[in-house]
Design a protein. Structure first.
Length: 155
């Protein structure tokens, strides 16, 4: 399922210069920019795929919700909708313990995707869909407290 972007919710703000793409200060950059807000509705699979394959998160950064959210901003801007859908499928396959052939060569992909799933649930409040393969005796959303970001023997 593709993420939803509602065109009527795109808003434009003031023109500004000396700022970078995300609104931070960029002294000496006279490029004029306009603040644009786009409302996008992303599923658990979308978030998982973006943060796994485009977010450039490290293992250490997965515990920092602010870094996870910031990484999502970059990932969304750097990814086409088709690529996002592909990332979602790849990430969900790895989450089930069945990585796609191109990802299967990475011995840490399943463990990393499961750690990203924990971070997605914690940072965004959305969990693995019901009916997905169960991890460690229950869906990711039900075992977060028990895991406490610790390793699970079935991982």
């Amino acid at each position: 399922m593709m993420p939803v972007i509602e065109a009527d919710r795109v808003t434009a703000g003031q023109l500004a210069s000396n700022i970078e793409v995300f609104g931070g200060p960029e002294p000496g950059d006279s490029t004029v920019r306009v603040a644009v807000r786009v409302s996008a509705h992303l599923s658990f699979a979308d978030l998982l795929g973006l943060l796994t394959f485009e977010g450039e998160l490290t293992w250490g950064e997965l515990g920092d919700d602010a870094v996870v959210r910031e990484s999502l901003q970059y990932a969304v801007l750097n990814t086409t909708l088709d690529t996002m859908e592909s990332y979602s499928r790849r990430a969900m396959a790895a989450l089930r313990g069945e990585p796609k052939p191109g990802d299967a060569g990475d011995p840490n992909i399943v463990r990393f995707v499961r750690a990203v799933a924990v971070a997605v649930t914690r940072a965004f409040g959305v969990a693995e869909p019901e009916g997905s393969r169960r991890l460690c005796g229950g869906p990711v959303g039900q075992v977060l407290e028990a895991l406490s970001m610790a390793d699970c023997e079935t991982w």
